[in-house]
Design a protein around this ligand. Structure first.
Ligand code: NAD
Ligand code: UDP
Length: 336
């Protein structure tokens, strides 16, 4: 039988994670074949359970720090723990994942002549001295702190992508993702939106780190997948790095209050120590995404939070969510 020529074979490394699973779903909906490669460090089989039955979905247990020999037309690199709690658990492994993962996936893209997307991050700006952050800003990153394994790993991955583009002409797309939330975040993920929602729904205190005056800008997952799709479809001159996120900025205390109001929870708000190097403010300048991709976020925080609360409500009601698969994690983020 002849293969459908518009159908591509697409590799999603980290496809069993929060963002990767949404991307796999979108690619399957568009009729592509998806190869999900994941080592299940933070991803879960539940995230891709519904996709596993799809005839065009294939799962490969694989660590991107090792070379990968597969045949695909395009690839996306999402493989890396994203929560500070998880990426600080084994910082050297996090660096290997970012750096060796980027090298291995770039080698594969080069061999196949395939286009490749890199999930970079707002963390490349560190604790930013310029606000909001445009792509031209080089950042303010501590090279030896607790967050460095992630920040510097992702910065090095960007360097590898751009050097490979310059010297080997591999077709690259680099998106700098700002805080994104939504269904399929792990209940014990440790990031602020999932923590606050799970705490509110289980009547535990909401744990604000520091005084809650630090800011973040939260993007709903559907908006993020849409802009990644547009970036990947855009012509080869648009390579990034391009900020992708929602510029609506909130103090962490405001987020806590909004989640309490939306869940109707009686939980208290308590203050825990502020982790070291925690960025004080963060908001993307998305002028480039608007101009080059005609994109801006559509989902307001309240709408996205309501969908995410409904998701966690259903997960928690099944009773399995609070068993902690990542039970050996130490709160490295709370140590100096
Ligand atoms: P996640 O932890 O849910 O997903 C990461 C996935 O990568 C998991 O399935 C995990 O098992 C897998 N993984 C980790 N190490 C691996 C390895 N060595 N080999 C193969 N698979 C591995 O996190 P997420 O929020 O879905 O983030 C996905 C990507 O997007 C990450 O690269 C992250 O740095 C980036 N990002 C996310 C955000 C966000 O707010 N969600 C913000 C900035 C950047
Ligand atoms: N945070 C918090 N309570 C939590 C988890 C996080 O106050 O239970 C704060 C954290 O200190 C940071 C912000 O929320 O200032 C966002 O944290 P997250 O880990 O979600 O992402 P990142 O720091 O990587 O942006």
């Amino acid at each position: 039988m002849m293969r459908n020529l518009t159908r591509k074979r697409i590799l999603v490394a980290g496809g069993a994670g929060f963002l990767g699973s949404h991307l796999c779903e979108r690619l399957l909906q568009e009729g592509h074949e998806v190869l999900c490669a994941d080592n299940f460090f933070t991803g879960t089989k539940e995230n891709i359970a519904a996709l596993s039955r799809h005839p065009h979905f294939e799962l490969l247990r694989h660590d991107v720090a090792q070379p990968l020999h597969v045949e695909v037309d395009e690839s996306y690199n999402f493989a890396c723990p994203a929560s500070p709690l998880h990426y600080q658990h084994d910082p050297v492994q996090t660096l290997k994942t970012s750096v060796l993962g980027a090298m291995n996936l770039l080698d594969l893209a080069k061999r196949l002549g395939a286009k490749i997307f890199q999930a970079s991050t707002s963390e490349v700006y560190g604790d930013p001295a310029i606000h909001p952050q445009p792509e031209e800003y080089w950042g303010n990153v501590n090279p030896i702190g607790l967050r460095s394994c992630y920040d510097e790993g992702k910065r090095c991955a960007e360097t590898l992508f751009f050097d490979t583009w310059r010297t080997q002409h591999v077709r690259i797309k680099v998106g700098r993702i700002f805080n994104t939330y939504g269904p399929r975040m792990h209940p014990n993920d440790g990031r602020v939106v999932s923590n606050f929602i799970v705490q509110a729904l289980t009547n535990q205190p909401l744990t604000i780190y520091g005084d809650g005056s630090q800011t973040r800008s939260f993007c709903y997952v559907d908006d993020l997948i849409e802009v990644i799709h547009r970036l990947m479809q855009s012509n080869d001159t648009i390579i990034g790095p391009i900020n992708i996120g929602n510029p609506a900025e909130y103090k962490i205390i405001e987020l806590a209050e909004q989640i309490l109001a939306l869940t109707g929870s009686c939980s208290k708000i308590i203050s825990n120590p502020l982790p070291s190097d925690d960025p004080k403010q963060r908001r993307p300048d998305i002028a480039k995404a608007k101009a080059l991709l005609g994109w801006e976020p559509q989902v307001p925080l309240e709408t996205g939070l309501n969908k995410t609360i409904a998701y966690f409500d259903s997960v928690l009601s099944k009773g399995s969510a609070l068993k902690i698969p990542l039970k050996d994690f130490v709160l490295y983020t709370l140590r100096d």
